[in-house]
Ligand binder design. Structure first.
Ligand SMILES: *[C@@H]1O[C@H](CO)[C@@H](O)[C@H](O)[C@H]1NC(C)=O
Ligand SMILES: *[C@@H]1O[C@H](CO)[C@@H](O)[C@H](O)[C@H]1NC(C)=O
Length: 404
């Protein structure tokens, strides 16, 4: 008992010395850190402090990027006349009919994923995240046997999100699509029209919630999970609606594991399908081009992408403005007719004299307007036809797309 007691102060002393030593070594590594900071190396973490003992090494390992950026290089189209291998990937539910893909798009293979039927030949691991899950699943499952061109689209043939110049028709889009542009660019949004989506759409850094873009603020929160290395961009923009074509080369420039990682995010996220789908509409171009904004000029997109060349930006805009011109004529005609109807009713009741404040429509203006409208319709058709003919000429295309 007595011997044990004698050890107590000794133990205390030993502990005291140990504390002193600890403090000393700690302060030493602190001083060294301060020195390296003062030297102005900036990145404190990048300069490990050479503590002789190594026990108090509190400098962190230099921050390695989660994954290096893929090399996005322009592709080289094959010689003219080459038949590209092409596959259309679409998600559908058991109730949706995609038979249009069977007979409307010769030259295209199809990969139709049935999202709510686990017994289907092609189906995603889970019915979640709308088309995102299907697009990623296709890439993951076919990574080593991809065709030269893959188009990702929705199941319905007609929709407002398909460009009006292509009849709003998904089959027309695929028939007219020029593989050369897809190969060269690597990634091509199948919609040329800027609205909605371009020239700037989501501002993920924003702090105010926009009712019409709920995904905006949620994207900022998801961004760090999806792209751990990339700072949150100020703006994300591309034409809407998640329909695009990608070259095999471009897909394979990105490691397969990364697509698995993206799909895991979709599988795990707590966000609703609606929101996660909306978020991904503005991420595909980031993944496949590394750019936050991909808004090619509409006339270039139509010309180089679909062989519809109006001859230049001004000509294209003039064609586009014809719609508002026609609407103007149509409105005027409507007003003319309703005024004429009021006058006619008054005349029948024999009260025309009393209602002399009525404005009498200019006689003959209705016929004039009708002629203007029909003439304009013809002109528009002719311009589109001419644009389609011009689009068959390689020189005209190169000129309009700005390659010369
Ligand atoms: C201190 O830690 C860093 C990062 O972990 C390491 O690179 C360095 O070699 C360590 N220094 C010593 C002396 O152990
Ligand atoms: C369409 O092309 C033809 C032949 O080049 C030309 O004569 C005609 O003026 C063009 N039409 C329009 C509306 O520009």
């Amino acid at each position: 008992m007595a011997t044990t007691r004698r050890f107590v102060p000794l133990l205390g002393c030993g502990f005291f010395v140990f504390c002193l030593w600890g403090l000393f070594t700690l302060s030493r590594s602190w001083t060294q850190m301060k020195v390296s900071q003062a030297v102005g190396l900036g990145e404190l973490v990048a300069t490990p402090s050479p503590t002789p003992s190594g026990h108090w090494n509190i400098s962190e390992a230099p921050k390695q990027p989660f994954a290096p950026r893929p090399q996005f290089i322009a592709g080289i189209p094959r010689p003219d006349g080459h038949e590209y291998t092409k596959t259309l990937v679409i998600p559908r539910t058991t109730y949706e009919d995609t038979s249009w893909t069977d007979f409307e798009i010769p030259g295209w293979e199809t990969a139709v994923y049935v999202v709510d039927d686990p017994s289907a030949a092609l189906h995603p691991p889970k019915n979640k995240g709308h088309e995102v899950m299907v697009y990623l699943s296709y890439i993951i499952e076919h990574y080593d046997e991809l065709p030269e061109i893959v188009a990702f689209m929705h199941s319905h043939q007609f929709g407002w999100h398909n460009d009006d110049l292509l009849d709003g028709n998904a089959a027309t889009i695929l028939q007219r699509l020029r593989p050369e542009r897809v190969i060269r660019e690597g990634y091509m949004n199948l919609r040329c029209g800027w609205g909605p989506g371009c020239p700037d759409w989501l501002h993920p850094g924003t702090l105010e919630e926009d009712e019409t873009k709920q995904e905006e603020i949620l994207l900022a929160r998801s961004w760090g999970e999806i792209f751990p290395d990339e700072p949150i961009p100020d703006v994300l923009a591309q034409p809407c609606c998640a329909q695009f074509a990608v070259s095999r080369e471009r897909i394979q420039a990105i490691p397969r594991a990364r697509f698995v990682f993206y799909r895991d995010w979709v599988l795990r996220t707590q966000l609703s399908d609606y929101i996660s789908g909306r978020i991904w509409e503005y991420l595909w171009h980031v993944i496949f081009t590394g750019q936050n904004v991909v808004c090619p000029k509409e006339h270039v997109c139509f010309c180089d992408g679909y062989g519809i060349c109006f001859g230049g930006e001004d000509e294209y805009n003039a064609y586009r403005n014809m719609d508002s011109e026609r609407e103007g004529y149509e409105d005027e005609l409507k007003r003319w007719r309703s005024r004429a109807a009021v006058i006619e009713a008054a005349r029948r009741r024999g009260t025309l004299g009393e209602k002399s404040h009525l404005t009498v429509p200019e006689p003959g203006r209705d016929v004039e307007l009708e002629e203007l409208i029909s003439h304009q319709g013809e002109l528009k058709e002719e311009l589109l036809l001419n644009a389609t003919i011009r689009g068959q000429d390689a020189n005209a295309r190169a000129l309009e797309a700005g390659f010369w």
